[in-house]
Write a protein that binds this ligand. Structure first.
Ligand SMILES: NC(=O)c1ccc[n+]([C@@H]2O[C@H](COP(=O)([O-])OP(=O)(O)OC[C@H]3O[C@@H](n4cnc5c(N)ncnc54)[C@H](OP(=O)(O)O)[C@@H]3O)[C@@H](O)[C@H]2O)c1
Length: 316
């Protein structure tokens, strides 16, 4: 018999309360991650900003507190480009359980020269994908401790069409920063879907959900003094772009929904409804390279070899 219970459509401005829950947002000090943290903090949850820069994190927390009276926000020192630091960062969380982590932090370089992380990995791939892959490993016990914990991956529309080169994941040949970024975002998304398959295989209640923010520009983003200031000139210059893309507060909506919406299930892809570039979050189909399970499994194995760890979850 069809259910008679009608659920209210998701409203990005009326989020369900999440008091007592703990969320970690990587790169929560700036950009889309800041707005993910601000919106999650408005639910009364405890929100931890994973950030390598304590001063920036303090500014972000002050801004959130000024907008959300009584907000429960904390800073966790986190550098995704230093794999050896991640275990102690997770220990410093001092939480009994984590209800969701949003893998939001990311780098897109513009200099033509190839750079590496402390661990000798190409900087974009190493930060965006390998850092989050290893972080998930260290967070697994805390996520498992929360029934229905969530790993929310921030991909990108460019990650859908990129072509990951498994024979040159570190882009040692013909390095181009934009291409390295696109491949790193595809790697993150493939990781999210592969993680979902592994979670289901062991009967875990933890969910892995992939999201992307569409196109999100600073010039379309409302000011948050001390975090981001948009001048009148920038706002006016950005207006035409608003037809196609959006600001970073709206770019945060898919990830926030993936954290909070009880109807979200693992393995889904959420992005903005309007051409996948702007608007309220909507469900997208997973196809093309993103649906390639062999590619996902091979990337997982390569990521395990490069980081020396792998996210492991048990039943429950
Ligand atoms: N904006 C878009 O249109 C768009 C489109 C598709 C996907 N995305 C994705 O959305 C996410 C956020 O993008 P954004 O536009 O908000 O970028 P952003 O404004 O440049 O912010 C990036 C965040 O990542 C942090 N970060 C960088 N390297 C880090 C490291 N090694 N350890 C910890 N944190 C680190 C930054 O911290 P610092 O302040 O310390 O540098 C900052 O908080 C990224 O994953 C990006 O790929 C964005």
């Amino acid at each position: 018999m069809p259910s008679l219970v009608r659920t209210r459509p998701w409203d990005v401005h009326r989020l369900p309360p999440a008091e007592g829950r703990n969320f970690l947002v990587t790169g929560g000090n700036a950009g889309i991650g800041y707005f993910v943290a601000e919106q999650l903090a408005s639910t009364r949850a405890t929100v931890v900003l994973g950030s390598r820069d304590a001063t920036k994190a303090a500014a972000a927390m002050a801004s959130i507190r000024s907008r959300v009276p009584g907000a429960r926000v904390r800073h966790l020192r986190l550098d995704l480009a230093d794999l050896s630091s991640l275990k102690s960062s997770v220990e410093a969380l001092e939480l009994e359980r984590l209800d969701a982590v949003v893998h939001n932090a990311g780098v897109l370089l513009d200099e033509p020269q190839r750079r590496e992380t402390k661990d000798g990995n190409e900087l974009t791939f190493g930060t965006n994908h390998l850092g989050h892959f290893a972080l998930t490993h260290w967070l697994a016990p805390l996520l498992s401790a929360a029934h229905g914990g969530r790993v929310v991956i921030t991909g990108s529309f460019v990650g859908k069409s990129a072509r990951l080169d498994l024979d040159d994941l570190q882009t040692t040949r013909d390095y181009r920063p934009k291409r390295a970024y696109e491949r790193s975002k595809q790697a993150q998304m493939l990781f999210g879907f592969e993680l979902d398959r592994r979670l289901r295989a062991v009967g875990s209640t933890t969910l892995s959900v992939v999201t992307h923010p569409g196109g999100a520009l600073d010039s379309l983003t409302p000011s948050r003094p001390s975090v981001h200031v948009r001048t009148t000139g920038e706002r006016l210059r950005g207006l035409p772009a608003g037809i196609l893309v959006q600001g970073k507060e709206a770019g945060a909506w898919p990830a926030v929904r993936a954290v909070l919406d009880p109807s979200v299930v693992g393995g889904q892809l959420w992005g903005p409804r309007v051409f996948g570039l702007r608007g309220a979050p909507g469900l997208e189909s997973v196809r093309g390279h993103l649906a390639d399970t062999v590619l996902g499994a091979r990337l997982w194995a390569a990521s395990r070899d490069l980081t020396g760890v792998e996210p492991t979850f048990g039943p429950g």
